[in-house]
Design a protein around this ligand. Structure first.
Ligand SMILES: Cc1cc2nc3c(=O)[nH]c(=O)nc-3n(C[C@H](O)[C@H](O)[C@H](O)COP(=O)(O)O)c2cc1C
Length: 333
């Protein structure tokens, strides 16, 4: 069997060694993002890692309904099976969550029972709050790393953390100062130059990067002339996001290589099969996260993992890391 192991945080003394590169993206472990009521049926420990939905400092109710477009990703997928590339997935959930204290106290012990590698995702509204939340995570049970969801506005000046190199650097540094765990910065796609943000995250001490979160988006229902989402705008995920995210992963991998920074990238966006995952690995990702595909069928990560393994075996490739970043920089014809 080919070796799919990944050292996700080589810069960190304790490190984060994953058995394989397939992770469940934050917010997509079932429709509540926390997998409540369904997890017993899924061997989460077989995956590289699982990231429950982002938590915030205080509980949040979420956005007005509807929060999903279409209502059921699975039904939409099945009805459009002959033209899946046309499918739009939009959401504006609004980070509904119980707040970090409840999550740490009541939920992390349940996550520990999964016997999986679990990463805690959180978002904050100020650099100080990022640091405060990092300190709170020290009481969590069985968490292997922290993923910072930087797609959140800073209340001090309204700028998104993920849009500002300085805010990104400072948020990461504040978390690093208060937690011994590896820290992964999750970046947004809608920035003029993602390499500037990635380098700032590296300056702040990020051990790895996740690229990328959803892309701001909107759709209007013509007969009613109303936006399809209660929040009017939301985030685009799925098929349409893949080429966008793939380019960002490629550009970031190149930029980090140029400055000699050994910071692994986790590619996420529109991965529905092993071929998609391999595209990310060739572009320079060390690991991948599966998001929207889980909402069509939560078997997706295991299917992708098996097919990755088969691809390597069939091509006589001993380790996944041999493929990382090996895209040929010339077009196919
Ligand atoms: C319904 C839904 C909820 C999400 N919630 C979160 C979240 O709480 N935190 C986060 O960092 N990303 C969240 N995301 C973004 C995903 O983790 C992922 O970055 C994005 O969807 C792109 O991957 P995909 O195209 O495979 O879905 C969410 C995505 C979806 C579809």
């Amino acid at each position: 069997m080919a070796n799919l192991e990944v050292d996700l945080t080589p810069r960190h003394p304790q490190g984060l060694r994953l058995a394989n590169p397939v992770m469940i993206a934050s917010g997509t472990l079932g429709y509540d993002g926390y997998g409540r009521g369904l997890i017993g049926n899924y061997p989460l420990h077989q995956l590289g890692a699982v990231i429950p939905k982002t938590v915030t400092r205080w509980p949040r109710e979420g956005n007005p309904e509807p929060r999903w477009f279409p209502d059921s990703y699975r039904q939409a997928w099945e009805s459009k099976a002959d033209e899946p590339d046309g499918l739009l997935f939009l959401n504006a959930i609004g980070l509904i969550n119980p707040g970090i204290e409840t999550a740490v106290r009541e939920w992390t012990p349940q996550w520990a029972d999964w016997n999986a590698t679990v990463l805690l995702s959180f978002a904050a509204h100020s650099v100080g709050e990022f640091g405060e939340m990092a300190a709170i995570t020290n009481a969590a049970v069985g968490i292997s790393a922290l993923e910072l969801n930087l797609s959140c506005p800073n209340i001090e000046n309204g700028a998104m953390f993920s849009h500002s190199p300085a805010l990104t650097r400072d948020a990461v540094a504040a978390v690093k100062a208060n937690s011994p765990l590896p820290v992964i910065a999750k970046l947004a796609p809608n920035v003029p130059d993602i390499t500037e943000i990635a380098k700032a995250a590296a300056d702040g001490g990020a051990d790895a990067l996740t690229i990328c979160n959803t892309l701001p988006a909107m759709s209007i229902d013509l007969p009613t002339r109303r936006p399809v989402l209660g929040n009017i705008t939301g985030g685009l995920s799925g098929i349409g996001l893949r080429p966008v995210s793939l380019a960002l992963v490629y550009q970031t991998a190149q930029a980090l290589k140029e400055i000699g920074a050994n910071i692994p990238i986790i590619g996420v966006g529109g991965i529905f099969n092993a071929q998609h995952a391999l595209e990310y690995i060739l572009a320079g990702a060390a690991a991948v996260q599966i998001g929207s595909a889980n909402l069509i069928n939560l078997n997706a990560p295991w299917r992708i993992l098996t097919n990755l393994q088969n691809y390597l075996t069939n091509h006589n490739i001993a380790t996944l890391s041999q493929l990382r970043g090996t895209v040929h920089p010339t077009p196919t014809h």
